[in-house]
Design a protein around this ligand. Structure first.
Ligand code: WT7
Length: 652
């Protein structure tokens, strides 16, 4: 985070009170903070009983006897899918639309709760017929189409574990995730629509399975893109053919509250992604609670739209589990914001009269650049609440969001959370909090947050430090799949009994929290997490590369961007023109990880700046990547390196 952003924050005086009409209808009032205060885990127990159906009510609330391995509601039994589906139908809401699906080519499907329930039951029966049972892992690699949601819920319904892999990840990333989870089944599609054409998914599954160590019994393939795909006899099955004969009757059995619900891989500070593990009862409690209260959900009248893909945690908690547990009506959209034209998102808001809208600052900044005339040409008056997630939102973008998208009245909630936290942790409550542009502000009721110095003492007010969570929370990760030591090391070794989030934060004079970005070797590109180590190891895996260093550099649109400094093996240096070598390396990173990890810039250099002990000086590289003056270089072993780097930068 640059100095200037921090300056803006310090001089930020604007405050916005919730509109009177909003307050009059608000779902969450100040009494929620009262109810949570001094009530500990019991607050969550009350919320869980109120928001969810328990097949067998719990009597135990929190078991923290073996920290950091928490158990919530452990003796209760619950079925996550039943909570998202059947119970709404049984309550008389079967006709309510659950999903307004909008495909990128313009096709549309409205799916009611009754229909979605029937489809998920069929899919559950199909999974059972393929031999999938409780605890088995199912990898889902799909475009954002209704079948993706159906697949997730069907897996949950039978007590199995899904691992959704974002469709933009490469065959190699997919392989690593299938292998690590030892998945039994992969659910995919032939392809999906993106930027006006079909992108293929099934071939990546084929490639991944070719490289794989563990056996995958079957691949279920949804027909979506219509692109030609190869089907392996005895292994690959068409979803529509298999599901047709399935019964829409299926009894949802209750599973233990701590039955694993999903694994979701995310980048850490090493080259190997972490399989973040979430379980059922506590996760669903906090997903439903936050979705209802942070988004002020009136399920009878609201149309909610979260633009995230199901490949990320936001798609899990705020497209699938939170909204459906609350019986919301929502929009899901397959494609990109600017397809076929830059106003596509705003067309969708107008068409479905979206009232609650949740997106990432990157998207807002991209629309800012394109100009206010684009949203200005649509009727966005249905919007009454806006949300932001994934990265710090700069005050300029916040104000633009409020004025241009929110008509100058809709409250904005800036929600801080992580794959690991499972659900929102820090946010304004829209009918209570007076909001500040750029600050995530306050911990939610029932959540305990602190900002600590390196030594572990409370900082502030008006000071910066490291963000921690001081008490266990229901939707917390339960571990890293197959690696309990890494779980303890990564999150619980720095401050003992406090969860270390990896983010820097500032507490202002009102005790409001401002997020300042990651303090570890994790980058945040367009609200998505990437690891510098992971990209470095991908680059050095290329035969041309001798050494590489990767940094996250500030970027006006994507927050941060990947910038790589690469030393080539001498025999490759003059083999081809530099731009061809760079293009080859960029594509290679795309193949190894996925398009999202492709560096914005690759600088071919002769040497990398290192300390005497041989550590790459990333700060310095970051200064260079961000075009700042090069600071004190006295600790460099060879100052000529810097000249080399700046020279090669000037060359471009
Ligand atoms: C990291 C988590 C939570 C879903 C999307 C990202 C950053 C997230 C905010 C926010 C400032 C934010 C943090 C966090 N982050 N939300 N409102 N303000 N920073 O999930 O990939 O697990 O990344 O995203 O740095 O640690 P994720």
């Amino acid at each position: 985070m640059s100095e200037s952003t921090i300056d803006n924050r310090l001089h930020e005086e604007r405050r916005f009170e919730p509109p009177t009409e909003f307050v009059a209808q608000r779902i969450a009032g100040p009494e929620l903070y009262e109810a949570a205060k001094d009530n500990g885990p019991e607050f969550w127990a009350d919320q869980s009983r109120e928001l969810l159906h328990w097949h067998k009510p719990f009597t135990e609330v929190l078991d923290w006897s073996n920290p950091p391995f928490a158990k919530w509601f452990a003796d209760g039994h619950i079925n996550v899918a039943y909570n998202c589906l059947d119970r709404h139908v049984e309550a008389g809401h079967g006709e309510r639309i659950a999903l307004h699906f909008e495909g990128e080519p313009g096709d549309q499907r409205d799916i009611s709760y009754a229909e979605l329930t029937a489809e998920v039951r069929r899919a559950a029966n199909l999974l059972l017929s393929l031999g999938v049972s409780q605890g088995d892992r199912v990898v889902i690699y799909m475009p954002l189409i209704p079948e993706a949601v159906i697949a997730m819920l069907a897996v949950a319904r039978i007590g199995a574990i899904h691992s959704v892999v974002f469709g933009g990840f490469s065959a190699e990333s997919l392989r690593a995730r299938i292998d690590d989870a030892e998945a039994k089944l992969v659910i995919t599609a032939d392809g999906g629509y993106r930027k006006g054409s079909v992108f293929a998914l099934k071939p990546a599954v084929d490639d991944a399975l070719e490289m794989i160590a563990s056996p995958v019994d079957n691949v279920l393939v949804v027909k979506r893109g219509g692109n030609e795909v190869a089907m392996v006899d005895g292994r690959d099955l068409w979803w529509h053919e298999e599901i047709a004969p399935m019964s829409d009757q299926h009894h949802a059995e209750g599973f233990e509250a701590e039955n694993p619900l999903f694994i979701l891989y995310t980048s850490g500070t090493t080259g190997k992604p972490k399989g973040i593990l979430h379980t059922s009862g506590g996760y669903l409690t906090q997903a439903a609670f936050t979705h209802k209260n942070v988004f002020d959900l009136h399920p009878e009248t609201d149309v909610y739209w979260c633009t995230a893909d199901i490949g990320w945690i936001t798609g899990h908690s705020y497209v699938v589990y939170g909204p459906l547990a609350n019986g919301a009506t929502q929009v899901i959209y397959e494609g990109t914001p600017d397809s076929p034209a830059p106003g596509r998102w705003w067309d969708i808001v107008e068409k479905y009269k979206v009232s609650i809208f949740y997106t990432a600052p990157t998207a807002i900044r991209a629309f800012m650049k394109a100009g206010r005339q684009i949203p200005g040409a649509r009727d966005l008056s249905s919007l009454r609440l806006l949300g932001s997630v994934g990265e710090p939102i700069n005050p300029e973008a916040w104000m633009w969001y409020r004025e241009v998208i929110g008509g100058g009245v809709a409250p904005i909630v800036d929600t801080w959370w992580q794959t690991e936290t499972g659900a929102i942790m820090i946010s304004a409550l829209p009918g209570v909090t007076s909001t500040k542009p750029g600050a995530a502000q306050v911990p939610l009721p029932g959540i305990s947050i602190d900002v600590l110095s390196e030594e572990g003492t409370h900082v502030g007010p008006e000071a910066g430090g490291l963000l921690v969570v001081t008490q266990p929370w229901p939707s917390m990760l339960r571990g890293i799949w197959g690696d309990p030591d890494r779980y303890v090391d990564t999150y619980w070794s720095r401050f003992g009994d406090k969860y270390f989030a990896g983010d820097g934060a500032h507490l202002d004079a009102d005790h409001d929290i401002w997020l300042l970005g990651r303090v570890d070797d994790v980058m945040n590109v367009s609200g998505h997490r990437l690891s510098t180590m992971e990209i470095e190891s991908a680059i050095v895996a290329h035969e041309m590369t001798a050494e590489a260093a990767v940094v996250g550099a500030q970027d006006d649109t994507t927050g941060q961007a990947v910038v790589a400094f690469v030393i080539l093996k001498s025999r490759f240096v003059d083999q081809k023109p530099a731009d061809e070598l760079v293009a080859e390396l960029r594509n290679w990173v795309g193949q190894q990880i996925g398009a999202i990890a492709k560096p914005r810039e690759i600088h071919l250099v002769d040497e990398l700046p290192k300390t005497r002990s041989g550590k790459i000086m990333r700060r310095l590289l970051q200064d260079i990547a961000e075009g700042r003056e090069i600071g004190d270089t006295t600790t460099l072993t060879d100052t000529s390196v810097i000249r080399t780097i700046t020279t090669s930068l000037d060359d471009e």
